[in-house]
Write a protein that binds this ligand. Structure first.
Ligand code: 13P
Ligand code: SF4
Length: 363
């Protein structure tokens, strides 16, 4: 854990929202080009209005790789800030207003478990396996992929990453999100019986040697709790009510939901599809509530709803608040570099290799 952790003092907790917003705006003016605030689409409206750039994981990683800003404040979750730190140069610094904003999915794969699985897979036969880590993972796992001839992917380039891997090997070892891996590979024509699930609690991941030898895709048993709230029965109910409804889902949803959907893609893809649709169209969206509610407000001429009877939300993303963003910026403007995200030197080079392979994919 970063020793430089800082949370808003008690005295700041009674400051009004209006005043916090003014402070943020003034500090942004003062730091000007030295500061870049990045915001993921799942941030609340209150926070994202302060972002200089907003995007999905891929867009934000790309922007981080291209900016000259000295301070990058990441309104998102920890793995996104780690990625930005790996991808920026040594004189740039990345901060997150709450260093404890993690990601349930990223925590599904511990590096030791992945290393053990890798050894077991390799000892099952003489095939070449390419590891792919979803960007929602630790820097250590990104480095593991860089070291072992693999790469990072996001929800917007997972298909291209799997193609890249099959140009170089016979098998793909995909972690931590089984659903992104399965949904993407299936849409590329790989049947389910050529994919196996790897349970890290079981010897050989719960598979026979034969099954490992025959599999083309080995999926880690990880998932996002937010996206598993969506279910296919709800889609059927909606379609009965309105056969013209467009169902659009994030690929972290389960296979049944993905199969019943009309469209599937990253948060940026979801936004683009809805923006480009004609007035009056009806959309049911399976992703985090802050994004869906924002789309609803931005497109009053369209009928947009979440694909569930309640509103699944990511509590990690919600840990970034106007209060801790204001505190972060105040500290930076006073020269206190608190809540800096610094990836361990021993992972940087290989993690960067895996990230660069992703950035070079032709999509
Ligand atoms: P996107 O890259 O599609 O924005 O997804 C990130 C994420 O964490 C979804 O749960
Ligand atoms: Fe992680 Fe799921 Fe939250 Fe995305 S929505 S940041 S995958 S926990």
């Amino acid at each position: 854990m970063n020793k430089n952790v800082s949370t808003p003092p008690e005295s700041m907790k009674s400051v009004s929202m209006e005043e916090l917003n003014i402070r943020i705006i003034n500090i942004k003016k003062h730091l000007d080009k030295r500061l870049l605030i990045l915001g993921h689409h799942y941030q609340t409206d209150d926070v994202i209005r302060h972002a200089d750039e907003r995007g999905d994981s891929f867009a934000l990683a790309k922007i981080a790789s291209q900016t000259d800003a000295e301070y990058i404040v990441f309104c998102g979750v920890h793995f996104m800030a780690e990625t930005a730190d790996i991808i920026t140069s040594a004189n740039q610094k990345v901060f997150i207003p709450d260093v404890t904003a993690g990601c349930f999915l990223a925590d599904c794969a511990r590096s030791d478990d992945v290393e053990d699985a890798w050894e077991e897979i390799r000892s099952a036969g003489s095939f070449r396996t390419i590891p792919i880590t979803y960007v929602n993972s630790s820097a250590e796992l990104k480095a593991f992929c860089g070291k072992n001839g693999g790469l990072v992917c996001t929800s917007s380039n997972a298909g291209a990453a799997i193609d890249w891997a099959f140009e170089r090997g016979q098998k793909v070892f995909f972690f931590p999100d089984q659903h992104l891996g399965r949904n993407t590979a299936f849409n590329m024509g790989i049947p389910l019986n050529e994919m196996i699930l790897w349970d890290p609690e079981e010897p050989l991941g719960g598979n026979s040697i034969e099954a490992i030898r025959n599999a083309r895709v080995i999926l880690w048993d990880g998932f996002c709790i937010v996206h598993l709230e969506f279910n296919a029965e709800y889609v059927n109910i909606l379609r009965k009510q309105d056969p013209s409804v467009n169902v659009i889902v994030h690929p972290e949803c389960n296979f049944e939901v993905a199969q019943t959907a009309d469209y599937m893609g990253s948060t940026a893809y979801i936004i683009k599809m809805i923006e480009q649709s004609p007035a009056g169209s009806h959309w049911a969206v399976a992703t985090e509530k802050n994004l869906v509610n924002r789309l609803k407000k931005q497109h009053p001429d369209k009928r947009i709803e979440i694909l569930q009877s309640f509103e699944p939300y990511c509590k990690s993303m919600a840990q970034i608040t106007v209060l801790n963003l204001a505190h972060q910026l105040e500290q930076l403007s006073q020269g206190n570099l608190v809540n800096q995200v610094i990836v361990d030197k021993k992972y940087r080079k290989e993690a960067l290799t895996a990230l660069n392979r992703m950035l070079e994919l032709k999509i």
